[in-house]
Design a binder for this molecule. Sequence first.
Ligand SMILES: [Zn+2]
Length: 178
Amino acid sequence: MTTAAPAVWIGCLHCYNSGRLVGHWWPATEAGDVDLQAVHRGSGDDPVAEGCEEIWCLDIEGMPVTREMDPAEAARWGDLYTEVGPEMWPALCAWVRSGDYIEGGDGMPSVADFTEAFAGHWSSFQDYALELADGIGLLDGVPEDLQCYVDLTRWARDVEADYSTVDAPGGVYVFRNM
Ligand SMILES: [Zn+2]
């Protein structure tokens, strides 16, 4: 489960190819400001003398994708994290990992669509459906002393066709199909 803030280990490709791991961890939100000098800090190597040119995110953490990427892309993930906030981040990551998510114009997950799709964290879909039934007054026409005899399980199963669920700590994330 992705609960951590996104972070990247940015290293020097030239040093890496020469068998030296030169780099550091940064929060993805700072990845756009990292340069050759910052990557080589503390290594004892002079990147200019060594002929170093390119830096690259060789390890990543707290993101819904696991591929290596350039620091500019890491910075875009950092911006996304800032936009949705730490509380919503695990849900957004789950949405992206489900594969059934919507991209914005920049190729990154669309926060507007995520916000529209996300129906919250629930102990089960059934739990969400019961709350929904209550919210829309599904049983309003049924006399109160009969309501407890109405089995909403089948209704919930029909409703579930319009949603997707993704496993989450202590339950599921519920997303509206869009
Ligand atoms: Zn280097």
